[in-house]
Design a protein around this ligand. Structure first.
Ligand code: HMG
Ligand code: MG
Length: 303
């Protein structure tokens, strides 16, 4: 079992990209500040994608500039060179390209085949290398696709390998619709780890069926050390109908600390960050740990 884990906080990007009412740039910046204050040091803060596809991420340039004075590593999504140009102009030092293991989701999400997406990413990777920018790669639908159904581990490994060979420093494997179970997750991760070193893999699990923590544990047993999560279990994708948010950062932190793995996250401050965002979007957090700890606090304040 691994003894160190890196958490990549997804709240300001994946967390907010599917909210009915877009959250303002100022509130997104405050959210990032609060997350940094809680001890999260790597945060995905926006996406340079089509404003027609994801209006919620408009203003990601202002968000990136607005957090540049903070201590931390701030990531943004870029689907193509146009996104890369905009991200660079806003000062991005780490960008993420995103592919899919299934053709149906690739078409719905980024309007191209998997092979075409790799060709779109190639110039981004080349330019990033010349610019000294690090590139993370995502593979979506690694345990199932809302359009194509079952996804074979081999298909995931093929896309992950291509992103790795293009030069991505880390490949984040997304259970976009949160349908995976531990044995399936383990089998998929083993297949991918035969082509991409386990140290360069990350787990990005949505929690639709409540399996994300169990799947993460299985992945940790396979030696995967990087976890994507979102404060309060925020998240979703307009092209992944029915899927709920990312595994909650609170739940991940609680599990890891319970295993003796230090996260550097201050749970009280994380709960405050989640609470503020939760009030803004008008929904309680999906995190079991946040609900339990908030209830405990309320009970204590009545005593
Ligand atoms: P397209 O329509 O094929 O692109 O969309 P195009 O090149 O033909 O351009 C069409 C229009 O979009 C043009 O504008 C372009 O300028 C503009 P028009 O002339 O019509 O006014 N455009 C852009 N604008 C801003 N930034 C850009 C950009 N590129 C083109 N970078 C495209 C292709 C990829 C752009 C589009 O489908 C898109 O933006 N998709 C975004 C999808 C997205 O953000 N999804 C959510 C994130 S992925 C996710 O959540 C999964 C993940 O969390 C992991 C997991 O859970 O599995 C990462
Ligand atoms: Mg996601």
């Amino acid at each position: 079992m691994t003894d160190t884990v890196r958490i990549i906080e997804m709240g300001p990007r994946d967390g907010l990209q599917n909210e009915k009412t877009p959250v303002s740039v100022a509130d997104r910046i405050k959210f990032v500040e609060a997350l940094v204050g809680a001890g999260l040091s790597t945060i995905e803060v926006g996406a340079f994608v089509s404003p027609r596809a994801i209006p919620q991420m408009v203003g990601s340039d202002e968000v990136l500039r607005g957090v540049s004075h903070l201590r931390g590593e701030f990531h943004v999504l870029v689907p193509n060179e146009k996104g890369y140009d905009a991200a660079r102009a806003a000062g991005a030092k780490v960008v993420s390209v995103f592919a899919s293991a299934s053709e149906g989701f690739s078409r719905a999400n980024i309007n191209c085949t998997i092979a075409e997406s790799i060709e779109r990413f190639r110039p981004v990777l080349l330019r990033a290398k010349a610019d000294g920018v690090r590139v993370r790669g995502y593979v979506s639908c690694v345990l199932g696709c809302p359009y194509d159904g079952e996804v074979k581990p081999r298909a995931v490994a093929d896309v992950a390998k291509r992103l790795w060979e293009l030069g991505c420093y880390e490949i984040s494997l997304g259970d976009t619709i949160g349908v995976g179970t531990p044995a399936k997750a383990r089998a998929m991760l083993r297949t991918v780890a035969a082509d991409v070193p386990a140290r360069a893999l990350a787990m990005h699990f949505h929690d639709t069926y409540g399996q994300a923590l169990a799947n993460l544990y299985a992945g940790m047993e396979e030696g995967i050390r990087v976890i994507d999560s979102a404060a309060g279990g925020l998240g979703g994708c307009p092209y992944a109908p029915g899927a709920t948010g990312n595994v909650a950062t609170e739940d991940v932190v609680y599990m890891l600390e319970g295993m003796g793995i230090k996260t550097g996250v201050d749970m009280d401050r994380l709960l405050e960050a989640t609470d503020t965002m939760s009030k803004l979007i008008g929904r309680p957090p999906l995190s079991r740990v946040a609900s339990a700890l908030n209830a405990k606090k309320r009970a204590a304040s009545k005593e």
